[in-house]
Write a protein that binds this ligand. Sequence first.
Ligand SMILES: NC(=O)C1=CN([C@@H]2O[C@H](COP(=O)(O)OP(=O)(O)OC[C@H]3O[C@@H](n4cnc5c(N)ncnc54)[C@H](O)[C@@H]3O)[C@@H](O)[C@H]2O)[C@@H](O)CC1
Length: 478
Amino acid sequence: MPAHETAVVRSAEAAANGTHGDAAMMRRASFGLATVLAAELHARTGGVAGRAVVLLVGSGGNGGDALWAGAFLARRGVAVTAVLLVPDRAHPAGLAALLRSGGRVGTEVLGADLVVDGIVGLSARGPLRPAAAALVDQVRSPVVAVDSPSGVDPDTGVSDGPAVSAAVTVTFGGLKPVHLLNAGACGRTVVVDMPFALPPARLGALSRTDVGALWPVPGAADDKYTQGVVGVVAGSATYPGAAVLCTGAAVTATSGMVRYAGSGREAVLARFPEVVAVDEVADAGRVQAWVAGPGLGTGAHALGVLRHVLDSDVPVLLDADAITVVGEHPELLERPAPTLLTPHAGEFARLTGSAPTADRVASVRAASAELGVTLLLKGATTIVADRDGRVLVNPATTSWVSTAGAGDLLSGLVGALLAAGLDPLHAAAAGAHVHVLAAELAAVSAGTGAPVSASPVLEHLRAAVRTVRGDVWEDQRR
Ligand SMILES: NC(=O)C1=CN([C@@H]2O[C@H](COP(=O)(O)OP(=O)(O)OC[C@H]3O[C@@H](n4cnc5c(N)ncnc54)[C@H](O)[C@@H]3O)[C@@H](O)[C@H]2O)[C@@H](O)CC1
């Protein structure tokens, strides 16, 4: 699922406007919008004719879309009222079409079955101006946003003031960053097909089917070594649980083999006898990827362990304490093999010297290029940036995974994918997807959502892998 920055979309639109004409482009977009609005009215009220829709209309193309869609709905018997933010600057052809179709201009926002947010779209800049913010404040009905919820920056997903919270967002020609970065404000996003092609995107998200297709499973000729062996160095006397959770996630993620080195050896073996466990990392044996850091500590022992794994020629994932240590010893990151770091915001600040800015994608992209590593920034929306500027995000659906120990699971999960041969960008994004899904499955396994902790999330990792592989598996068997 690629998402394109507004400047890229605007230039593709401008070229298509030259070929098809602005008016035809807007009618096409707004017909798609009207179709979604009618379906939404039907789903919510059982019908379309006789229902009430209020259009919030700004002075740009976004308002024009809303007016044209209102005209289509009015012809189907919907009572459509347009509330015009700047009456003498409303899109003239759209307003004329609405009035011709039986719609009207008014000021009342309350009482609608649906509100259409056409205040601002892709040209929105900065917080909403006071009149627009006051209009948004009056909304009590479910909102369908045109292109982007007003008050939320379409390129960063950030809102600095009052903003629309939409049930559905209808966008044109392809996703924009806001749809991935602030999925909470967009609700369900629907893309209306448009007659323009977009270049390859630098930002995107993996769909559930993408993750299923990437997930490594043994082939007919595989043995335990060919599937990739992951080595885990985690846990300490203070944090023995981190060793169990991190190693357990690695055991669960793939079918190959997991090696463990550290003071949590006995605790790990008690829970996962299939792990090959030793006390010292130097005795661990050959692996195809290392995971180091959860609960490891930040002292001389941790530094020695990190020197050992980073000196290897295989991919290394560093999490938690390991990030703090390399923050103090950045020279450790200078290595030819891939390195993936998975900080939360505090660790990101320790690593780079400053906290991520509101434009989290820009912050992570810059730090990844600067440090020459792949970076996964944890948060409600997970952002993964590769050194070449490509970014994959895992949009926030729920926050069930925000629980102590969940980070230990994520590092084990992603490390196993690295050992299986996925590149760091895709390993991190696929792991993040399954991690969140496992938490959701754990929370709702008994029906209604209930609080979860890391252990039940670990127990639901296999169910999550089965869920993402569902479609792919059916395809393969056909
Ligand atoms: N071919 C095209 O160009 C198409 C464009 N379409 C629509 O056109 C929109 C872009 O149209 P425009 O460039 O006119 O831009 P917008 O409609 O996004 O916004 C421009 C208007 O919003 C005002 N504005 C900007 N920031 C504001 C703020 N913070 N608070 C209050 N008002 C603010 C501006 O003064 C201007 O009047 C897209 O989002 C899309 O919905 C669609 O019709 C599809 C086809």
